[in-house]
Design a protein around this ligand. Structure first.
Ligand code: AMP
Ligand code: ZN
Length: 469
């Protein structure tokens, strides 16, 4: 029998190039996705991780819709900060970045972020970057400056500014602030470096245009085009990368190939703290280690990230993280003890079909995770109030399908056996609580925690759960 291949579903994504939600429906199943990765000179903060969670949702949504996604993410392993900090630690850049690269990959795993097809390191693609720079030099879109560095001549690329929609005077002031140190070495202050001339005690590579090291922007152009082709489907990142990083990537790539670079640019909004962008330089950041030190499950952060649309700012507070953890626990509890009977009623079956359709509609509408999650909770309420309406297996399967996009680890939720001793202590504690004997109740809570369990007081009685390790 012939295999009927289902055509992948259409997804709407907000494309920064057009400032519109556009239908993403390539005529092939294979989709190339490139996302800008970290500079590994320190641990990631949860602002960085919010961006990687959003990109993971985008990838999972595409896979759920039926596409095969080739996801490439770069790891910047040479730049000013890495060189500075490696020198201070008296290490080579290669040794210096190792623990941070490892920690980064662990963070992704803890957040259930699917592994990229390739994580590409800048220092392993110098050859490709040199070739790209040579092409630009040949086309006179780049030149060697007075300091021996190579610069991109932005006036040679007519549509420079198309992505960020900055007027040339804004570009001027923006780049001046960014590049004030090179102001006298370039023909034009707006030009950006493709290759930085060798400096004393800095790592460097030889190139026909002089010994040095690559600039940051060129690595993303060289590596994305190497693995995904000169034109590919989607380029992701956070909004602060629109200018100058993505703008420069477009200029270099399209300048060199004469073809259009990525079809979609999809960029996520920031995580804030007290209304300000979470960032290393402001010192207002937390890492996943800080979250784990408070014995909060890292997936609670993932849940929190999904409660906001990726194009809205999200203000982080510990209270909102605690609330997210509670919701995630209740969701897991529901899946653990899924209600329902052996067969859905006719209306039950129809309602499951509708819930699935609504969930998909939300996700396919520019990755509207808050709406999709609201749909999940609506179904939980419906299933809890009319227990025999649904076939429990079908219900479970639907939640596992939802989780193919949400990535909250619901497929792994198992029936938990709480040790008898912890249960007994919880009952004794409940008795103390009823007598308002708070000190005794608290002492028992601590004893339960020392066994590796936590008690939460819910209207239906105490709930016990394993503490994350
Ligand atoms: P950086 O290490 O600052 O180069 O950031 C790595 C990635 O995380 C980039 O895509 C940044 O745009 C993104 N990023 C940095 N800070 C935040 C934040 N507060 N919220 C969301 N994304 C961020
Ligand atoms: Zn990049």
């Amino acid at each position: 029998m012939a295999v009927i291949k289902k055509r992948p579903a259409a997804i709407k994504l907000y494309n920064t190039l057009t400032r519109k939600k556009e239908i993403f429906r390539p005529d092939k199943i294979g989709v190339g996705l490139y996302t800008c990765g970290p500079t590994v000179y320190n641990y990631m903060h949860i602002g960085n991780l919010r961006t990687y969670v959003f990109e993971d949702i985008m990838r999972r949504a595409l896979e759920y819709a039926g596409y095969n996604v080739r996801h490439v993410m770069n790891i910047t392993d040479v730049d000013d900060k890495i060189i500075r900090d490696a020198q201070a630690a008296n290490e080579s850049i290669f040794d210096f970045i190792k623990p941070y690269e490892k920690a980064f990959l662990q963070d992704l795993q803890k957040l259930n972020i699917e592994k990229a097809w390739k994580y590409t390191k800048a220092t392993e693609h110098i050859k490709e970057m040199v070739a790209l720079i040579q092409k630009l030099l040949k086309k006179k879109m780049a030149y060697v400056g007075a300091d021996g560095s190579v610069y991109f001549n932005i006036s040679s690329f007519k549509s420079y500014g198309r992505l960020s929609r900055l007027k040339s005077d804004q570009i001027k002031s923006g780049t001046r602030a960014l590049n004030h140190q090179d102001e006298y070495t370039k023909d034009n202050v707006q030009d950006f470096s493709l290759w930085k001339a060798k400096k004393e005690k800095e790592p460097s590579w030889s190139a026909p245009f002089g010994e040095g090291r690559p600039g940051w922007h060129i690595e993303c152009s060289a590596m994305s085009m190497k693995y995904l082709g000169e034109t590919f489907d989607i380029h992701g990142g956070a909004v602060d990368l629109i200018f100058p990083h993505h703008e420069n990537e477009i200029a270099q790539s399209e300048g060199a190939t004469g073809k259009s670079f990525a079809r979609f640019f999809v960029e996520g909004e920031h995580l804030l703290v007290n209304g300000e962008k979470m960032s290393k330089s402001l010192g207002n950041f937390f890492t996943l280690r800080d979250i784990q030190a408070k014995r909060v499950d890292p997936l609670a952060f993932r849940y929190l990230a999904l409660t906001a649309h990726y194009r809205t700012k999200l203000n982080f507070t510990w209270e909102s993280l605690a609330a997210a953890e509670q919701s995630l626990d209740r969701l897991r509890d529901f899946v653990r003890n899924i209600p329902g009977g052996k067969k859905s009623s006719q209306s039950g079956y129809a309602s499951l079909v509708l819930y699935r359709a609504n969930f998909e509609k939300a996700i396919y509408d520019d990755l509207d995770t808050p709406k999709a999650i609201a749909e999940v909770w609506k179904l939980i309420r419906a299933a809890n109030s009319a227990k025999s309406r649904y076939d429990s297996n079908e219900l479970r399967k639907l939640f596992i399908d939802f989780d193919r996009v949400l990535g909250l680890g619901l497929a792994k939720v198992k029936k938990e056996t709480i040790p008898a001793r912890a249960l007994q202590l919880a009952n004794e504690r409940e008795a103390y609580r009823k007598q308002k004997a708070w000190a005794e109740a608290d002492a028992l809570r601590k004893e339960i925690e020392s066994l590796g369990y936590a008690v939460a007081d819910a209207p239906e009685g105490p709930r016990i759960k394993k503490l994350p390790r």
